[in-house]
Ligand binder design. Structure first.
Ligand code: DX5
Ligand code: ZN
Length: 216
């Protein structure tokens, strides 16, 4: 399977959200990466349901929603209503992770689990077969534009090995500090989906940057 590109709208121009959503629609991107931060799980607040609904109104590709929030269970139905197609929760914020994954699927979405840089891949052994997506964080979550943590390459290869061994269908997504250089080693290690925020939106031609990432 050719790898997928999920541009992070966290780095878009929110005063021109329709324009930036249409840029992604008309590009070679596959998904929209939508980062929700609550100021508790991570030291930053991004946006909530009205912005997700606004993106959904114009988007012609799936919304890949990354929740960096405490207690995600209580909002699963609302994220579905707002337009999420894939819903990813953090391992570190879910006490009853197995239940959370089932709730996401019962709500009609694909289920993902994200791991912070310090969280061992081995902790997914008992849920990997239930997952549609594993999100390896290659920065500490909270902000765009941070430096890539090299150990993410090793974690991607570890998840890849686990997926093959367990016969899981989960895709491996990587988020944080992805650019034309870091993407190469991630793809070699087995990444299926690349998230890119600042690298796309700070470039002089975001559409071309997305094409370049897709062509790697
Ligand atoms: C960080 C977010 C990322 C962020 C990535 O907490 O989860 O999705 O937008 O931004 P870049 O690609 O600039 O590192
Ligand atoms: Zn993200």
């Amino acid at each position: 399977m050719a790898h997928l590109i999920s541009p992070s709208v966290l780095s878009c121009d929110f005063a021109n959200i329709q324009r930036d959503v249409e840029m992604i629609n008309n590009s070679q991107a596959d998904w929209f990466h939508v980062d929700v931060m609550d100021g508790v799980f991570v030291p930053n607040i991004s946006f909530g349901f009205p912005i997700i609904e606004a993106i959904k109104k114009h988007a012609t590709k799936p919304l890949d929603v990354h929740l960096m929030i405490q207690n995600p269970d209580q909002y699963i139905g609302e994220f579905k209503k707002a337009g999420a197609d894939i819903l990813t929760v953090h391992y570190e914020s879910c006490i009853h992770l197995h239940r959370t994954i089932q709730l996401i699927k019962e709500a009609g979405m694909k289920a993902g689990v994200a791991l912070n840089p310090h969280t061992s891949v081995s902790l997914l052994e008992d849920v990997i077969e239930d997952l549609d997506l594993v999100l390896i964080m290659s920065v500490n979550p909270g902000y765009g534009g941070q430096k890539f943590i090299q150990n993410a390459n090793f974690k991607v290869s570890q998840v890849k090995e686990m997926i093959l061994r367990k016969g899981s269908n989960a895709l491996i997504e990587v988020d944080g500090g992805v650019n034309g250089e870091t993407a190469l080693t991630l793809l070699e290690a087995g990444a299926d989906v690349l998230v890119a925020g600042s690298y796309v939106f700070n470039s002089s031609n975001p559409t071309q940057t997305i094409s370049d990432l897709k062509a790697l």
